[in-house]
Write a protein that binds this ligand. Structure first.
Ligand code: ATP
Ligand code: MG
Length: 326
């Protein structure tokens, strides 16, 4: 009986579980792999950062979860379990009920979220009408109180998108993403376009969201310092693969993968001048051999690394894809 209860609880903790996901894009006659061998879980109440440089597959992963991949993308294998249901097997009609309702979305460019001829508050009213059947006027009232919580005067919900500043728009997008009280929020570079102060405001809003409502957050960024400052756990991606995964504090204290070590060294200390020469020769070309994906940039690369791809090695509480830890 006890075992049953424990089993049930442990199954219950994960809100999202991506299993063995592989995604390709067709470009002309060629196919390129954008995401490979990705397994990753996000627990309830967890803030999980997904970090990686441009082209590492972060947005592809997010789009797959939301099922908004472009037409030339193909999911080769894998499953995406959301609250126990495989999203990849759902009919689009049911997916539409989840997207924007049980899974909230915040994109890098807030303008893309808005319809320029609708007042900003109408966007929230529309969401609530579609997903909850809330009357429009009532939805606007909800919008008023939501934006007020995020430091935006409530009367601004009657403005048009172009009347808001960039920072205000992004804070509004967050209000919109959480209007339906989603269980999971996917934020893809939500603060990249913002100044540092607004960036910090947005981060603390996301933290608040988790603390108050228990919302799980997948926070996508190329900025490791940002990732470490907001998240409980970090997944580091490189060339479409997970190369390291650890609790944020452990990763900060002791990064294991050479790529993560490099990323951490790139975080400039205050008043310290960055030595750009160290990064000059690095190529962002992925190696064409079947060895380690990071081998051509790795300072520890040995012969084996060029030949054989390391698995994601489980070190108990954290994982790393590197032969150094075999
Ligand atoms: N629509 C597309 N068609 C073809 N290839 C694509 C498409 N979108 C992305 N890719 C390729 O897939 C890989 C992963 O791209 P993705 O946009 O997921 O990376 P990212 O980590 O989000 O990068 P960024 O930090 O620049 O947003 C890259 O090699 C990219 O060139
Ligand atoms: Mg992206």
């Amino acid at each position: 009986m006890l075992i049953k209860v424990i089993l049930h609880n442990s199954m219950d903790v994960k809100i999202l579980e991506i299993i063995d996901l592989e995604i390709m894009y067709r470009v002309g006659r060629k196919s390129v792999i954008a995401v490979r061998d990705v397994s990753l879980a996000i627990e309830k109440r967890e803030i999980r950062a997904v970090v990686g440089e441009s082209g590492s597959g972060k947005s592809t992963l997010a789009s797959a979860v939301l099922r908004v991949l472009p037409g030339n993308a193909r999911i080769v294998r894998g499953s995406i379990m959301f609250d126990g249901v495989d999203l990849l097997k759902l009919p689009e009609r049911e997916m539409r009920r989840i997207r924007g309702s049980r899974i909230g979305i915040i994109f890098q460019d807030p303008s893309a979220t808005f319809n320029p001829v609708m007042r900003v508050g109408d966007h929230i009213a529309e969401l609530l009408y579609v997903h909850r059947g809330t009357r429009w006027e009532e939805g606007l009232k909800v919008a008023e109180s939501l934006v007020k919580r995020f430091g935006i005067p409530s009367e601004r919900v009657y403005d048009y998108p172009h009347q808001l500043s960039g920072g205000m728009k992004q804070r509004f997008c967050i209000a919109m993403a959480i209007a339906t009280n989603p269980e999971l929020v996917i934020a893809d570079e939500p603060t990249t376009a913002l100044d540092v102060v607004t960036q910090m405001q947005v981060l603390s809003m996301l933290r608040e969201l988790r603390d108050e409502y228990g919302t799980s957050i997948m926070f996508i960024t190329h900025d490791l310092s940002l990732a470490l400052s907001i998240s409980d756990n970090v997944t580091v991606m490189y060339g479409g693969e997970i190369v390291e995964e650890a609790p944020s504090d452990d990763l900060r204290r002791e990064p294991l993968h050479p790529y993560t070590q490099m990323l951490l060294e790139c975080i400039p200390r205050l008043r310290q001048r960055l030595d750009f020469r160290r990064f000059e020769k690095e190529s962002i070309e992925l190696p064409s051999t079947r060895g380690c994906i990071f081998s051509n940039r790795c300072r520890y690369a040995r012969e084996r690394c060029l030949r054989e791809e390391p698995p994601l090695i489980d070190l108990g509480g954290r994982r790393v894809r590197c032969w150094l830890y075999e």
